[in-house]
Design a protein around this ligand. Structure first.
Ligand code: SAH
Length: 240
């Protein structure tokens, strides 16, 4: 069944022009075809009632969860474009709710503006991936942050992936102990050159806990997706 994000009003769903084009011209949608429409974390079964004009009638609500039970904010230092895109694409499939691309001491890529075409592309990738993996909400990709700005972000658990402390940091698994549904988790992943000691100290002073992602040094994009996988699995644990 095709899945689209839509706006629901008066028993009908409105989808944007690009999706309507996709539904009618690419997928050759026909009258009577059933669709899945997501809006605001809710999911609905719908049916194409007419093609011209396109009318999509809502039939019933579908009681299915597609989001994690814990909002996951993944802050990653900017990498080469294709690696940033990989994080947005795969992170969306894994359930990340907010991506926060940032610049830090050792990031090589330093955008001049808070937003640029590369950022818009990350948003598009996240939106398309959310559709493809049938999420009920599209993850947010925030505008670029500085490391400093990350320090004042609020979350129930604030984690700092730090290989510099390998051995003395808690493992990611143990830092997730006793996780309650709804608790938000913010994870910071450094650039290829890692975080500086000064940044690590600052993070500690601002309530971040150091976490180790295992015995090996991971590439930054692997580290980001490792965190999303482990946290996602723990968040969904115990589900029917
Ligand atoms: N400075 C390192 C590599 C940094 S890896 C070096 O070249 O030796 C990029 C980022 O991934 C790190 O800043 C960290 O946030 C995360 N990371 C990679 N492997 C990790 C590990 N084993 N434990 C904790 N964080 C890790």
């Amino acid at each position: 069944m095709q899945h689209y994000f839509g706006h629901i009003e008066g028993g009908y769903a409105c989808i944007d022009d690009g999706d309507a084009h996709h539904l009618l011209n690419v997928r050759r949608g026909e009258i009577g075809e059933k669709l899945e429409i997501a809006e605001g974390e809710e999911l609905f079964l719908a049916e194409i009632e007419s093609i011209d004009p396109l009318r999509i009638r809502i039939l019933e609500k579908i009681e299915k969860k597609r989001e994690l039970d814990n909002p996951l904010l993944l802050a990653f230092a900017l990498l080469k474009s294709d690696h940033n895109e990989l994080i947005a694409l795969k992170g969306t499939e894994l359930g990340v709710s907010t991506f926060i691309p940032f610049t830090s001491n050792r990031t090589i890529v330093k955008p001049k503006e808070k937003e640029d075409n590369k950022l818009l592309r990350l948003r598009k990738i996240a939106s398309e991936a959310a559709n493809q993996c049938r999420r009920t909400s599209i993850p947010e990709v925030t505008s670029y942050s500085s490391f400093q700005e990350l320090m004042s972000l609020k979350a129930d658990r604030k984690l700092f992936a730090y290989e510099g402390e390998a051995g003395s940091s808690a493992s990611l698994l143990s830092s997730m102990a006793n996780l309650q549904k709804g608790e938000s988790i913010l994870v910071l992943i450094g650039p290829e050159g890692g975080f500086s000691e000064k940044e690590a100290k600052m993070a500690q002073e601002n309530g971040f806990a150091f976490v180790s992602l295992g015995r090996r040094i991971l590439r930054a994009e692997t580290a980001a997706l490792y965190c999303a996988s482990i946290i996602g699995a723990i968040s969904e644990e115990g589900e029917e």
